[in-house]
Design a protein around this ligand. Structure first.
Ligand code: ZN
Ligand code: ZN
Length: 428
């Protein structure tokens, strides 16, 4: 059965599902694998689906796509825009949108399954097609591993995957070394002494304490992190109070940190703790604040040699002008856990999804930071063509680079199969 990438993609886009609720998406993935006679193991890490295509002796290559969507109200105006709603983990009714493009990833991975299963006579080895839940929570990959992933499917020799990004459609790029930031969530609870809004002298106001803390936190990156290092500290939530004329008892700050180096990360966490305590003391608080790291996941480290090998295959197949080094990304990804648990290298690349004309205009106007909707924006709308075709071809080219050629079961240690140019060059 011929796979229609566009209709698969627009269907997934219309029906996004929140983390760990990817039942419909998982079913589509499982059905698509089974239709191509690929063995399916489902329900791994709740909604995860894994296809195993064994095709003789040779290397094991794992290709990964994440499946979940976000609680965002879509404002793209696309004909296939989502109008879905869902219930989040707190029981709140929320709009749902594929605002991170994981629908692109699912479509491309099924496209790769289609292409690799149709060309079995050309390669040897095993391909593991992994559809992961809950990337947006940073827990889906770990949940699959904890659910016995590698007891149920062959352990990969390499983990490969991609993320659609606001780079020109038709381009690909990976950064060797630390590529995606580590992220930590820190919850700070500041304790004051509440009272009547008309009598501040009888209280310790946690709202002022929180405000001072937020401002002082801004000095961590500018004054405590070395110029050659990178960190981001964002106060994403700030909660206090129930009524205008009441000074509340406490205030909470939810802080998100991005770093590439564990020493920098430890320094930032320590600075948050120190500043919260100092501001509480400066306010005259009797009770110390609580500072708690509630969620963490590590840097995604692209193996240098594996990245060079895979990007070399991309340059041969797509032309060097379509393969870029995007530098380090401050976004975070949990896909690295799949490689760490397997003891395998990972190569995780960016797949351009932006209308190249839009990109050229933004570059000309100096508005690439503000004028282009990025992942998680309600306006994020990847261009369907050639993004989907490029994403499928990238997975196939990368997998074939690591698999053996027919009659050459040990090609992993050789130079790898010669890649033919699969696609025409794109202008500009
Ligand atoms: Zn995301
Ligand atoms: Zn994402």
């Amino acid at each position: 059965m011929v796979l229609d990438l566009e209709s698969l993609y627009t269907d997934l886009h219309r029906h996004p599902e929140l983390s760990y609720q990817e039942h419909r998406t998982a079913q589509i993935a499982a059905d698509g694998l089974r239709e191509r006679a690929i063995e399916v193991i489902d329900g791994v890490g709740r909604t995860g689906v894994v296809g195993v295509l064994k095709n003789g002796d040779g290397p094991v290559v794992l290709l990964r796509a994440d499946m979940d969507a976000l609680p965002v109200l879509e404002e793209t105006g696309l004909e296939y825009a989502s109008t879905e709603r869902g219930i989040d983990l707190d029981g709140v009714d929320v709009p749902v949108m594929h605002a991170c493009g994981h629908d692109v990833h699912v479509t491309c991975l099924l496209g790769a399954a289609d292409a690799l299963s149709a060309t079995r006579e050309e390669w040897r080895g095993t391909v593991v097609f992994l559809f992961q839940p809950a990337e947006e929570l940073g827990s889906g990959a770990l949940e699959m591993i904890a659910d016995g992933l590698y007891e149920r499917v062959p352990r990969p020799d390499v983990v490969l995957g991609q993320h659609v990004a606001p780079a020109p459609a038709g381009t690909l790029g990976a950064h060797a070394g630390p590529a995606f930031a580590a992220t930590d969530d820190v919850l700070v609870t500041l304790h004051g002494e509440g009272g009547h809004g008309s009598r501040p002298e009888s209280t310790v106001d946690p709202v002022v304490m929180a405000a001072a803390t937020v401002m002082r936190l801004q000095t961590i990156v500018s004054r405590e992190v070395a110029g050659g290092e990178t960190a981001v500290v964002t106060v994403g939530t700030m909660h206090a109070g129930t009524k205008i004329n009441i000074i509340p008892h406490e205030a909470t700050l939810g802080i998100n940190i991005r770093t590439y180096d564990s020493a920098v990360r430890d320094r930032v966490v320590a600075a948050i703790d120190r500043i919260a305590r100092a501001e509480a003391a400066a306010s005259g608080a009797e009770r110390e604040p609580e500072v708690e790291v509630t969620d963490s996941f590590p840097v995604l480290y692209n193996d240098e040699a594996a990245t060079e090998r895979t990007m070399g295959a991309f340059r041969s197949a797509f032309g060097p002008e379509r393969v870029l080094d995007p530098g380090r990304v401050t976004g975070s990804e949990d896909v690295g856990a799949l490689a760490t648990a397997a003891g395998a290298p990972i190569v995780y690349w960016l797949l351009g999804g932006l209308d190249p004309a839009l990109f050229r205009n933004a570059v000309a106007n100096g508005t690439t930071d503000a004028g282009i909707p990025s992942n998680h924006s309600p306006h994020f709308a990847p261009l369907i063509h050639p993004t989907l075709e490029t994403g499928v071809q990238a997975l196939v080219v990368a997998a074939r680079e690591w698999l053996a050629r027919s009659g050459e079961p040990s090609a992993e240690s050789a130079d790898g199969p010669a890649q033919t140019r699969l696609v025409p060059r794109l202008d500009a």
